[in-house]
Design a protein around this ligand. Structure first.
Ligand SMILES: *Cc1c(COP(=O)(O)O)cnc(C)c1O
Length: 707
């Protein structure tokens, strides 16, 4: 194998490439068509290209690119001069173990569902960039999260294409004598076996546990078939595997983490396995609890009581009876760890309660969510004063390099040298922006919108083509067929894409169809809207929202002006956030714990229009986007819906649309671009996972937290 070929193969096996523009272009240039067809998966791409072809391709100018990219990759991997080496050397010698039920690293690795996974993926990437010794723990979901199709009626159809290990950059973890490393966990009366896979994410490693192996009884093989699939029983089994299996894996690997980070309550059973270890070394239950608590930190993401994972007492008894006997724990003692009221263990076992009780610190994911969480859990701390509740907040961010498109990154590189410098601080962003003229900024926006419009046109062709496969009897729909080419880069473009959880209220902008008609079809100031998003397979109300939007998009007045793109995922998200002018977010406050998608838009010069919820409460300053209302909350859902919708229309009609279409003598929207500059300077440097992981490190990961 030539040096070039082995270099390309090596690059394909570390997800570092997923946030390096040149590495991505390199793979794409091997075969642009195949690159699309394999969903941007370099391992799969290389399986389709013969050694002869690869050798021939690599000997031309691609060879030079390979050299350059490989050199940068090797330098990155070897760099000892990192932020962590300087600020947290303890965490270079001992790892942080970060547990999450999902990781959204790239669209080609379908082990995520939504925002929680994207956050974990961005967290591990920044941890790598900053030089932390960082280990992620999750599950290998062979079927992943579903692929969404829409049938002719706009109803969501779920499909679960399999992902095969040989097509992914994952390796089997082996023991010292070369055998597969198999982890055992006790579930109910059975022993369940899990194969461990490892995955390189820059300098960090992600381990994935997989029960789909012949050693298991049939019904345990598909514990991790699907992300959040199945019933409560499946759920508890997944969580045992993640938490208890994860700790066993770390032990088998002889790793001794400095800290265990539970990203959401799904992994909180890890504390039981840590307790079991402490009890085995002769400690009392109280001593063991104190010891475990010292080592764990917890991030909660759910601002409503009903959203937290809970298991019935019966299910706990059934699932844990053997495990608890083996590890010398009393059932009642364990139930108390997860009881909302410690004096009463007859009720449900709450994962968040377990996590809160057994971690040395805990946080919500925005300032507002911190407040909401303190209030929601104050009864656990025996106080009426939520200020006394020891839950802080660290606001979520995004991994900047992952979310800036190649085009955007090249643009900023021309002006700033590199994107890290641009977004290092507000001051540096302002300094760079002062070198960019309005016409250059507007040119960037036009390019990105043109890319998006072309993308949508191709995407919809494809979508309409197979929509007929899900339609019986066959009903041709020429009207929606003509929709695909109608979007225009001249038109103010609004994007709304996220999970279709009902609290996000996706159809809000359709509340008053006549008013929306007047907005969209104003001949001088038209508007177009792009939607995307998946509803959880069990969430019929969410699916109904999708159906309604698809139906609206087919009304004559909205045809070609409102579109719904199916199968929202990281790849679709990257396109949407870079091309739209306005990113719309209208959840029921305060249910959006943070949200991150609007942060992605800003890197590309897009602006946010959002309810005052989650991260936007902190970021909005009056000149860097728009707010819907001022953070009002109502007890009546319908009333709140109507009032918020009305405010949404008002901001659009009186502020956003006129500002966008107001042009100076050079046809530039000067006031609009001023907002864009303010957004980039005030948001991009702050709402990044680099800032976020630094905060986690200084305040949560280090034993003696520093300010
Ligand atoms: C960023 C992102 C999310 C999270 O978006 P929210 O604004 O938090 O709802 C969800 N899914 C995908 C694919 C994303 O890229």
């Amino acid at each position: 194998m030539s040096k070039n070929i082995s270099a390309v193969k090596k690059l394909s096996r570390n997800l570092w490439w997923s946030w390096d523009t040149d590495a991505k272009s390199l793979f794409k240039n091997l075969s642009p068509l195949l690159w699309e067809r394999v969903n941007h998966n370099p391992v799969e791409l290389l399986r389709h290209i013969s050694a002869d072809e690869l050798e021939a391709l690599c000997s031309c100018e691609l060879g030079v690119t390979i050299d350059q990219v490989s050199k940068r990759f090797e330098e990155y991997m070897a760099d000892k001069n990192t932020w962590a080496a300087e600020h947290a050397p303890q965490l270079v010698s001992s790892p942080v173990a970060y547990f999450s039920a999902e990781f959204g690293i790239h669209e080609s690795l379908r082990i995520y569902s939504g925002g929680l996974g994207i956050l974990s993926g961005d967290h591990i990437k920044s941890a790598s960039d900053l030089g932390l010794n960082f280990i992620g723990i999750s599950l290998f979901y062979k079927e992943g999260y579903f692929r969404q199709y829409l049938n002719h009626d706009g109803w969501q159809i779920e499909d679960y294409p399999l992902q095969y290990p040989e097509s992914l950059p994952i390796e089997k973890v082996t023991t010292e004598d070369g055998k597969d490393l198999i982890i055992e966990v006790t579930i109910a009366q059975s022993t369940v076996f899990a194969q461990a896979w490892s995955l390189k994410v820059g300098r960090a490693t992600l381990y994935l546990l997989d029960t789909n192996i012949p050693a298991n009884e049939m019904h345990y093989r598909d514990i991790c078939s699907r992300v959040y699939g199945g019933d409560q029983n499946m759920r508890i089994n997944q969580e045992i595997l993640l938490g208890i299996g994860g700790i066993k894996l770390l032990k088998a690997l002889k790793l001794e983490p400095a800290v265990y980070h539970m990203n959401e309550g799904h992994s909180a059973f890890l504390t039981l396995e840590l307790l079991a270890g402490e009890l085995a070394s002769g400690r009392s239950f109280e001593e063991a609890k104190a010891k475990v608590k010292e080592q764990c930190v917890f991030t909660t993401h759910t601002p409503v009581p009903a959203g937290h994972d809970r298991f019935s007492r019966d299910m706990m008894a059934y699932t844990f009876s053997k495990y608890l006997t083996l590890s010398g724990m009393e059932f009642e003692e364990v139930m108390r760890l997860g009881a909302e009221n410690p004096a009463d263990t007859s009720g449900l076992f709450t994962m968040t309660v377990l996590a809160l009780q057994l971690s040395r610190c805990a946080n919500g994911v925005s300032k507002l969510h911190g407040e909401v969480s303190r209030d929601m859990w104050k009864h656990l701390y025996g106080t009426d004063d939520s200020k006394e509740v020891p839950i802080g907040h660290i606001t979520n961010g995004i991994h900047t390099k992952s979310w800036s498109s190649g085009f955007t990154e090249r643009f900023w590189r021309q002006h700033a040298g590199n994107i890290e410098e641009l977004f290092a601080s507000r001051e540096s962003a302002e300094a760079v922006l002062s070198k960019v003229s309005d016409s250059e900024l507007w040119c960037l926006r036009y390019h990105l919108k043109r890319h998006l419009m072309d993308y949508i046109s191709r995407y919809l062709s494809n979508q309409l083509y197979h929509q007929h496969q899900y339609t019986t009897p066959f009903k041709p729909c020429d009207s929606s067929r003509s929709a695909k080419s109608a979007l225009s880069p001249d038109v103010l473009t609004i994007g709304f894409a996220r999970r279709f959880a009902t609290y996000k209220r996706a159809p809000m902008i359709f509340q008053d169809l006549d008013r929306l008609n007047a907005i969209v079809n104003n001949p001088n100031m038209p508007v177009q809207i792009v939607f995307a998003g998946k509803a959880h397979p069990h969430d019929d109300a969410g699916k109904e929202y999708i159906r309604q939007i698809v139906e609206h998009s087919r009304r004559p007045q909205f045809l070609g002006k409102v579109v719904f793109l199916e199968n929202y995922n990281i790849g679709v998200a990257k396109r949407l956030v870079s091309g739209v002018d306005v990113w719309l977010n209208n959840p029921v406050r305060p249910m959006e714990a943070s949200g991150t998608s609007g942060q992605k838009t800003v890197l590309h010069g897009g602006l946010n229009l959002s309810i005052m919820d989650g991260w936007w409460c902190e970021a909005y300053n009056g000149t860097n986007g728009w707010s819907i209302g001022h953070g009002e909350e109502y007890d009546n859902y319908d009333e709140q819906y109507r009032i918020d919708a009305n405010k949404l229309y008002e901001v659009l009609e009186h502020q956003i649309i006129p500002t966008f279409y107001e042009r100076n003598e050079h046809n530039l929207p000067v006031r609009w671009l001023k907002n864009v500059r303010n957004a980039i300077a005030t948001i991009a440097p702050v709402y990044s996972t680099d800032r976020m992981v630094k905060e986690y490190t200084m305040r949560y990961y280090l034993k003696e937290p520093r300010a």
